[in-house]
Design a protein around this ligand. Structure first.
Ligand code: M6R
Length: 605
């Protein structure tokens, strides 16, 4: 999704802007651009495709300038094209924008009546033109305020103004924005990850804030236009984990390091000496929780789905799940005794943040499970549980999904223990079993070679079905999402028992069907559903446990994962599905880390 960088320095900034834009590439984008002030004029360069293309343009036509703004765009209004790429500049003003201006059509019409002409199809250009117009009549601060007042929707902005050639202006409403402090230079960024290569001292803007950066200071104004001081945070130094190392791409690194990330996470939450889970200061006493509602989007929603199945087994209270983009607009009956849990890798997903905000406005207690601990969702929750997975760069979430499930599982065990819903003995047993999870994941990762062979079967597939029951159903959903995202194949996850109610009509000769049938209470039933698929010509890939022998001549491939406790099996089931999506996409030569149309951090609605 879109990303912003701004730098004001006492030396040329172009190359640092380009390097920072490269850090933002993981978010997914379709075009890029930069503007600096050179000899008192705005110099704008933009292109479609990768930041590399922009770098080539700058190599040919260098852009000097001691201050500038850069952007990677993920198209919302208007096709991906050079004209629609950001920045959008007039002679006086240049703007980069993340978010959506909902009333841009009306504003455009009003400005056209005044004689202004628009070059692009974007909503952003109205900001450029509005500000250009106000600057003709008002001073800088009033012009910015008047412009922002006119805008409906969400934005994070980076602005250059020809008349004020020593400053970069930032503004935030709804979309994240931060500033960073450097030596004789200061930075603006939509993402602390991009700023991290230059500084670890940052400040996040709050909604309604405007900031003005020079190379020696940063000033902040709040939504009431009062000058305010803001806290400087020191970011943790986890730069190394964001390197690809010897891996071909980030995704394969992220899949293959899951035994390490889970180990780190377990160490953070499980007290090895006391055999206890380190979770205290819950926002509501676990004994008093009436209901738990788990909310997320995409993969994060699937981890909520998994937690619902676990929590219902472990606790006597109702457990609900919700997709954030639906939750935020429904007439929810809030209850102060409920715990609202938000799951988000990035912690910046606009829908999840809006759902969290709605909870806050209704004075209910919130807990967030995030990977990015400095994110907006983390900062606005009553209780934050990091997944300790390290930066996840591949757009398709893998280690973060496993991390989210892990923290949810740990949370579930702890809440049930405090509520006395599981015995002390069972609590200790679960903790001990949990400690074996990293080794089990490591063993499961060995199926890589087999998956590479299986993946070849998918090259000419029209679609794929993933079937599971009980704990395997949420994993089937996630397996289908991963395959869709990476291989662009139509894939559906279904509860195996639901097939005969409609989806069975999709089964035809040669359709690949992945059957998740671990050794659990549903095993025989799932195998019966598998036979129904085989009888109709489906090409079955069965994933089961090592100690299961399924005699069926018509199963194309059987893949065995290590035997494990029923609650831990979903973690292991996930691994071959991640690898399958990876290898199918790899055989098709698709961009693994940046699948088409997708973004890592979905900061627009
Ligand atoms: O950062 P979040 O966890 O809030 O992101 C939610 C979804 O956008 C994300 O999980 C998406 O579905 C991924 N592309 C999944 O691989």
């Amino acid at each position: 999704m879109c990303g912003i960088i701004g730098i004001v320095s006492n030396k040329p900034v172009t190359s640092n802007i380009i390097q920072s834009l490269k850090k933002l590439e993981y978010r997914g984008y379709d075009s890029a651009g930069i503007a600096t002030i050179v000899n008192g004029n705005i110099d704008e360069k933009k292109c479609t495709g990768r930041v590399d293309n922009l770098e080539k343009i700058l190599f040919k036509y260098p852009s000097a300038g001691f201050l500038g703004i850069g952007h990677v765009r993920w198209a919302t209004h208007g096709i991906p094209s050079q004209i629609n790429a950001h920045p959008h500049s007039s002679d006086e003003v240049s703007v980069v924008h993340n978010g959506i201006i909902e009333n841009s059509n009306q504003l455009k019409k009003d400005l056209e009546k005044k004689g202004y002409k628009f070059k692009s199809q974007t909503d952003t250009e109205v900001i450029t033109v509005l500000l250009t117009d106000f600057l003709k009549h008002f001073d800088l601060i009033s012009s910015i305020n008047k412009t922002l007042k006119k805008l409906n929707g969400s934005f994070a902005l980076g602005i250059l103004i020809k008349k004020h050639k020593d400053i970069v202006v930032g503004a935030r409403r709804g979309s994240p924005l931060a500033v960073g402090y450097g030596p004789e230079e200061n930075y603006l960024g939509s993402d602390s990850y991009a700023l991290k290569s230059m500084t670890n001292r940052i400040t996040y803007l709050d909604d309604g804030d405007v900031c003005i950066l020079t190379n020696s200071k940063i000033e902040f104004y709040n939504s009431k236009n009062q000058k305010v001081n803001k806290k400087v945070l020191t970011l943790s130094n986890d730069k190394n984990t964001a390197e690809k190392g010897d891996y071909k791409d980030f995704m394969s690194k992220e899949i293959n390091e899951q035994h390490i990330t889970t180990k780190t996470c377990i160490k953070e939450y499980v007290d090895q000496l006391r055999q206890d889970i380190n979770l205290y200061s819950f926002p509501i006493k676990p004994e008093n929780i009436k209901k738990i509602i788990l909310i997320g989007c995409g993969t994060a929603y699937h981890s909520c789905f998994m937690a619902k199945y676990w929590f219902e087994e472990m606790m006597s209270i109702p457990i609900e799940i919700d997709i954030a983009s639906e939750f935020r607009y429904r007439k929810i009956k809030f209850d102060k005794k409920n715990l609202y849990v938000f799951v988000s890798q990035s912690g910046e997903t606009a829908d999840t943040f809006a759902a969290l905000d709605l909870c806050k406005k209704n004075n209910v207690k919130t807990c967030s499970i995030v990977n990015a601990v400095e994110s907006s969702i983390a900062r606005h929750s009553d209780f934050v549980l990091p997944i300790h997975a390290g930066p996840e760069i591949g757009v398709a979430s893998t280690k973060a999904f496993v991390g989210q499930m892990l923290v949810l599982y740990i949370l579930g065990i702890k809440i049930s223990e405090i509520r006395k819903e599981i015995s002390k003995e069972n609590y200790l047993k679960k903790i001990n079993e949990l400690k074996q999870l990293p080794d089990l994941i490591k063993l499961t990762l060995k199926c890589q070679d087999k998956i590479q062979i299986i993946a070849k079967d998918f090259l000419n597939a029209k679609g794929v079905m993933f079937l599971g029951r009980g704990f395997s159903f949420p994993i089937a959903l996630e397996g289908a999402l991963k395959l869709k995202e990476l291989s662009y194949l139509h894939a559906e996850g279904y509860p195996a028992g639901e097939m005969k109610h409609g989806p069975l009509a999709l089964i035809e000769e040669g359709l690949p069907v992945i059957i998740l049938a671990p050794k659990d209470r549903y095993f025989e039933k799932t195998i019966s559903n598998m036979q129904e698929v085989i009888a109709r010509g489906g090409k079955v890939i069965l994933i089961t446990n090592e100690n299961r022998n399924v005699i069926s001549e018509n199963v194309r491939f059987t893949l065995k994962i290590p035997n494990a406790d029923e609650y831990l099996t979903p973690f292991l089931m996930t691994i071959p599905l991640q690898l399958l999506a990876y290898h199918v996409a790899s055989l098709k030569n698709y961009d693994i880390d940046k699948p088409r149309n997708l973004a890592k951090s979905v900061t627009v609605e």
